[in-house]
Design a protein around this ligand. Structure first.
Ligand code: 13P
Length: 414
């Protein structure tokens, strides 16, 4: 189950002077490529899903695959929402399995950026989830020619960075020191002195967006000054595109989808592995697995009987509860059920899955839970048992076979 706490993963990189690749995935080919690269290089990896890419894939459909890939991996993995624009997306991402989130209000004025980021941090920390904020502005669009979207580059200042981190409580900070999202003509001009001063003032993992297209010495300069997470997408997309073009050029007759996309995962893997090695993450998997807390979810179980409501009323109450409780941040799913055996001591069950033990408290105190529990549930469910259970980590033998904690039998190894 090497889905691990992203904060621990990045703390390790920060302390040991390397950067973890945060690779944006837009399809199964990208996901397979990124995971293969991390396995091959024995590196920690962040699988990143950008809100700006949601037009390319169905977030609800891709996330179960990302989670399955992370859970069966032998290397430490974190799953991150990239460039989340508001609370609603962040709550959704956490529900779907992201264990790190970015709130990007960097194009708003400073005060508004602080306000929106603080709100995001309060919600996410209540779910045990670390938050990346961005200060300053990195222009451009991932996957496009940077000069098509020039925008106005705004460098992060040391003074604002100190105030922003103190006011918001973000765990990681994306800084603007000269990189641009997307394909650049030539190399960007990086302000490494500024970065060094920010690193010294903050002492938290720093993030670079617009990771594509820098020279090796530039990456090294960034990493030596506190950059611990590098976001990378355009070069992966270009590698995939070149592979498709080569497939088309090589075919004697027009090929179908499978022929045209053959080798895309491998092309993505080659490019991701190249960067992982360059950024110093190769062969760090074992150390990170030892240092980082495994990501463990909680099942909040309530078994109960109902008095004062008939069968229909009970079912309606449970359905309302599922809607209300399922929307609380940190809740991943709400199972409502009736005992199969007629004579069961407890006829009904709630199984509410929390993304992290922190949700035990934030859920209990959440106004929507308090109102539902006090007015609808507790008055009719006097005799009940309520217990929180944390998932046991997979044991080492099954881990070596690539099993996750919910698999009935080990996943087949390749
Ligand atoms: P590139 O597309 O320039 O690699 O940037 C990726 C990024 O910053 C995603 O957040």
């Amino acid at each position: 189950m090497p889905l691990v706490a992203m904060k621990d993963m990045l703390a390790h990189a920060h302390a040991h002077g390397y950067a973890v690749g945060a690779f944006d995935v837009v399809s199964l080919d990208f996901l397979e490529g990124v995971m293969a690269a991390a396995e091959e290089t024995r590196a920690p990896v962040i699988v990143s899903l950008a809100e700006s890419h949601f037009e390319h894939f169905d977030f609800e459909l891709l996330m179960p695959a990302v989670e399955a890939a992370a859970k069966r991996a032998r290397i430490p993995v974190a799953i991150h929402l990239d460039h989340g624009t508001g609370l609603e997306t962040l709550v959704r991402a956490i529900r779907l399995g992201c264990n790190g989130v970015m709130i990007d209000a960097s194009n708003a004025p400073f005060e508004e950026n602080v306000r929106r980021t603080r709100e995001a941090v309060e919600m996410a920390h209540g779910c045990g989830i670390p938050v990346e904020g961005e200060l300053g502005y990195v222009p451009g669009v991932e996957g496009a020619d940077a000069e098509l979207h020039p925008g106005e580059m705004r460098y992060t200042t040391v003074e604002e960075a100190k105030e922003y981190v103190a006011e918001t409580g973000v765990d990681f900070l994306a800084v603007s020191v000269g990189t641009v999202h997307g394909r650049m003509k030539g190399e960007p001009d990086l302000d490494l002195d500024r970065l060094a001063a920010i690193n010294e003032a903050l002492g938290i993992p720093l993030v670079i967006h617009g990771g594509t297209g820098l020279a090796q010495a530039q990456y090294e300069g960034l990493i030596a000054r506190g950059v611990t997470k590098i976001n990378y997408y355009t070069a992966l997309a270009d590698a995939a595109g070149r592979q498709i073009a080569a497939n088309e050029a090589g075919g004697a007759r027009p090929a179908g989808y499978a022929e045209r996309t053959r080798g895309v995962a491998e092309a993505v893997a080659r490019e991701a592995a190249r960067m992982i090695r360059l950024w110093g993450g190769a062969d760090r998997a074992g150390e990170v697995l030892a240092a980082a807390a495994p990501w463990r979810e909680v099942e909040h179980l309530i078994i109960y009987n109902v008095e004062g409501l008939d069968e229909e009323g009970t079912r309606a109450m449970m359905q309302r509860g599922r809607r209300v409780l399922g929307a609380i941040p940190g809740v991943r799913r709400v199972f409502i059920g009736e005992a199969v055996q007629e004579g069961a001591g407890y006829r009904y069950v709630w199984l509410v899955r929390f993304c992290h033990p922190a949700v035990i408290d934030s859920y209990r105190d959440h106004p929507a839970h308090v109102v539902f529990a006090d007015t609808e549930f507790r008055p009719v469910a006097g005799g009940r048992i309520s217990i929180d259970y944390m998932a046991l980590p997979v044991d080492a033998d099954r881990q070596a076979e690539g099993a996750d904690e919910t698999a009935a039998s080990p996943a087949p190894s390749e």
